[in-house]
Design a protein around this ligand. Structure first.
Ligand SMILES: Nc1nc2c(ncn2[C@@H]2O[C@H](COP(=O)(O)OP(=O)(O)OP(=O)(O)O)[C@@H](O)[C@H]2O)c(=O)[nH]1
Ligand SMILES: [Mg+2]
Length: 459
């Protein structure tokens, strides 16, 4: 027989329930799929001269989505796999074949997940099934068939796939429930949740049995509502004592709180003082919790001290209700009251601190030119960066077209104004080119000597 804690020579530690199974903050790295490259191809067939361009477009890159799923209550999956990548689009092929679309990735997150980008709230997934696109797949590059015009009917021109969006997001879960259960440890919160729903939280006769929130759906008189049970609170919880404070934010987005009281008090504290302690902690934690509708409920009425404690508490709190989560006594009357209160406070639960602000991340139509000194310039802007990334530098016609695009939108003028000289270098995203003041070649001219006005090279 091996030593206790050892099995077949391998040390095994007894599995402890830990708070690790509940993750409510996580940083996620999203990479939407790049678009597929466009194809440069001409029809070659026996007895057919000048078959014409037939290179197909690249497929679009896949998007990354987050969707709220009520079956989830933790961000743990993302904690262990924070990199989310969608599929890239297929490349175009000859004979007008377009590349396939990249696969989207849809990641389920718990209802109540708030998503921040550079500190600004960008999404509040507060409804089951609600979806939000975190990263947009890159556009497929166009093949030479798409560039065919009356003036240029044999374009040697194709685009590379556009880059998929890459973003870093901070996710925070603030559970959404209709009813939140608060109270000292051991008051019977988990027992109550188990009594009114099909949830089966751990229940035991010692404080801090519950280490992370539990959710359950209760039905009463054809009304369904979600109940959240959080770890017990103790004095000083709002300053970080015990476990409760970490989880108090998870009852901030409830319509109604039920404050459960144990007639025996907690750790020798008189139940009346105990009620004040918990109320004080809620108030100190946030004004939202202090002003939330609350029902004070004395539990464990089957215990001998129940009746006496109820009498004492009634003097101060006339509206107090009493139940026994163990026997079920009084639970129906409490649920009657709960559905009546919920009907009164039927407002939206998703009161995000700020309104969701997407304006910061709108597509920038314009561009910015910056002179870094020493003959180095930076060109910034969503459009120009994408055009640079999609440029196939091996195709002189594509380079010519790129130059004309920059000129058309005013980049040339802006660079000259910033003092650019022949031989200076301009960086745009990952791409860098050398500037020349020589005049541009005409666009759409027939295939020429392949010389271009600017020297192009990857960084
Ligand atoms: N007699 C009696 N015991 C109860 C009643 N409700 C809960 N208990 C007991 O009280 C103890 C604590 O119950 P829990 O439901 O785990 O209490 P909790 O508030 O969730 O505790 P924490 O998770 O530690 O905060 C358990 O032993 C329960 O069986 C009741 O109505 N009557
Ligand atoms: Mg519990």
């Amino acid at each position: 027989m091996g030593l206790q804690g050892q099995k077949d020579g391998v040390r095994v530690s007894r599995r402890r329930e830990s708070t690790l199974n509940f993750i409510d903050k996580v940083r996620v790295f999203v990479a939407a799929g790049d678009g597929g490259d466009g194809c440069l191809s001409f029809k070659h067939e026996k007895y057919m001269e000048w078959g014409g361009p037939n290179g197909g477009d690249g497929g679009r890159g896949g998007d990354v989505w987050f969707t709220a799923a009520s079956r989830l209550t933790t961000l743990m999956d993302l904690h262990f796999r924070p990199h989310v990548d969608a599929g890239r689009g297929g490349h175009g092929k000859g004979s007008h074949k377009h590349g396939h679309r990249g696969d989207d990735v849809v990641i389920p997150v718990p209802v109540g997940t708030l998503i921040y980008r550079e500190g600004a709230l960008v999404a509040d997934l507060h409804e089951d099934g609600q979806r939000w696109r975190a990263g947009e797949g890159g556009r497929g590059g166009r093949g030479n068939w798409s560039f065919k015009t009356r003036l240029n009917n044999a374009p040697r021109l194709a685009e590379k796939g556009g880059p998929g969006e890459k973003v870093t997001l901070d996710m925070e879960l603030k559970l959404l429930a209709d009813v939140g259960l608060v109270g000292f440890p051991n008051a019977g919160k988990s027992s109550f949740l188990a009594r009114v729903s099909s949830a089966r939280p751990k229940i035991a006769d010692y404080p801090f049995t519950t280490l992370s929130p539990n959710l359950g759906v209760a039905y009463h008189k054809h009304v369904g509502f979600v109940v959240a049970d959080i770890p017990g609170l103790i004095e000083g919880a709002s300053e970080g004592k015990g476990l409760g404070v970490k989880f108090l934010k998870h009852v901030e987005r409830t319509r109604l709180l039920i404050h459960l009281v144990d007639p025996a008090g907690y750790m020798g504290e008189d139940p009346l003082d105990g009620v004040k302690t918990i109320e004080g902690e809620l108030k100190r934690f946030s004004s939202k919790l202090a002003t939330k509708p609350k029902l004070l409920v004395l539990n464990k009425m089957d215990l001998p001290e129940g009746a006496q404690t109820l009498k004492t508490l009634k003097k101060k709190y006339r509206g107090i209700l009493s139940i026994s989560a163990a026997t079920g006594d009084g639970v129906n009357a409490l649920l009657d009251k709960v559905i009546a209160e919920l009907a009164k406070h039927d407002g939206p639960l998703h009161f995000a601190e700020k309104t969701v602000d997407d304006s910061v991340h709108k597509v920038e139509q314009g561009f910015v030119v910056e002179n870094l000194g020493g003959g180095h310039y930076v060109l910034r802007g969503k459009f120009v960066e994408r055009a640079s990334a999609m440029l196939d530098v091996s195709l002189p016609e594509a380079i010519n077209r790129y130059q004309h695009t920059l000129k058309r939108i005013g980049v040339d003028r802006a660079l000259k104004k910033a003092g650019i000289q022949t031989g200076d270098r301009v960086r745009c995203g990952e791409f860098e080119f050398e500037w020349s003041n020589a005049p541009l070649k005409r666009l759409n001219q027939k295939r020429g000597d392949g010389r271009t006005r600017i020297g192009i090279g990857k960084k």
